[in-house]
Design a protein around this ligand. Structure first.
Ligand SMILES: C[S@@+](CC[C@H](N)C(=O)[O-])C[C@H]1O[C@@H](n2cnc3c(N)ncnc32)[C@H](O)[C@@H]1O
Length: 288
């Protein structure tokens, strides 16, 4: 056997051995997210979730109404609140507020008005239960716009868990099962990718990202890392929407967004609905 053949055989053997360990090692690295991250049993009964939802849906948000009016687009209210009951209403100390879904729908629809001739690629970091991805999918569907939403989360899509949500009383479910009533939108528009964005983004090549919603780790480092990934793939007019531009709660996000706008040719619009809730919509002005 010549040397080259021997080296090829050794390389193949190394690849096989490494591949054998990759999936178990990945599972080990993400074990907290695969093993009932929201608890091993339901946190409350369905009525408790419904009560929280009934209160949350009564609150009025004039800034969001104005934003919708300016864009000429508003998400269907019944559809929106029903989705929120399943994917946003959780047991937690802070108030429930899911208005970013209205903003995402309206802003994406406005973007589509101006780019109707293109297939739109959307990147999301922080899928959670799928709420924001579905609000964006609804915009693509309503505006009859071909496109894809690629969404990342450390939480797996096909592992059963309790989600701290109203349907937990039906037993542990995967995210795919949780979203079964939205299957058509999911199948047409959404690609779910499990893993930490710093490790996973570089593994996929997306030539253009028209619109991004960054709502994952909420630290300065991650916001800058994800911004760098997205901005390289954007053209003037393209959008990055940051959730939680809120100085008291997420100073890292505020610092990152301000730096991005000062140093990287992005303009920003801040939507403030309370001291606890601000959103930053940034738009690329010209090339880097
Ligand atoms: C605020 S939640 C996202 C909410 C969601 N966008 C919505 O509107 O319903 C943040 C999510 O980011 C995920 N996450 C946190 N750090 C991450 C990371 N480094 N990479 C990928 N996802 C991450 C969390 O698991 C969590 O589900």
């Amino acid at each position: 056997m010549n040397n080259q053949k021997l080296i090829r055989l050794i390389n193949t053997a190394i690849e096989r051995i490494a591949a054998y360990f990759v999936i178990p090692l990945e599972k080990l690295a993400y074990r907290n997210y695969f093993d009932y991250p929201f608890g091993k049993q339901p946190l409350a009964d369905a009525d408790s979730y419904r009560k929280i939802w009934q209160q949350a849906r009564q609150i009025e948000y004039p800034e969001i109404d104005r934003f919708e009016k300016d864009t000429g687009h508003a998400i269907d209210q019944e559809w929106f609140h029903d989705l929120a009951l399943l994917t946003q209403v959780v047991i937690k100390r802070s108030d429930i507020c899911y208005q970013h879904g209205r903003l995402l729908y309206a802003e994406l629809s406005r973007y589509i008005d101006q780019h109707a001739d293109q297939r739109i690629t959307i990147l999301e970091t922080g899928t959670a239960r799928g709420f924001s991805a579905l609000c964006m999918a609804k915009a693509l569907y309503d505006q009859q716009q071909p496109g894809k939403i690629i969404t990342f989360d450390v939480l797996p899509h096909n592992v059963k868990m309790y989600w701290n949500c109203i349907s937990d009383n039906q037993g542990a479910q995967t995210r795919a099962e949780l979203l079964k009533n939205y299957r058509e939108l999911v199948n047409e528009f959404i690609i779910f990718h499990q893993g930490d964005t710093k490790k996973e983004l570089e593994k996929i090549e997306i030539p253009r990202i028209h619109f991004a919603f960054l709502d994952g780790k909420h630290t300065y480092d991650y916001a800058i890392y994800e911004f760098n990934y997205v901005s390289k793939r954007q053209k003037p007019g393209d959008i990055i929407f940051f959730d939680d531009y809120t100085p008291q709660k997420f100073p890292g996000i505020v610092k990152a967004v301000d730096e991005i706008c000062n140093n990287h040719h992005y303009g920003k619009q801040i939507i403030r609905i309370s001291e606890q809730r601000r959103y930053a919509i940034t738009q690329k002005k010209h090339g880097n």
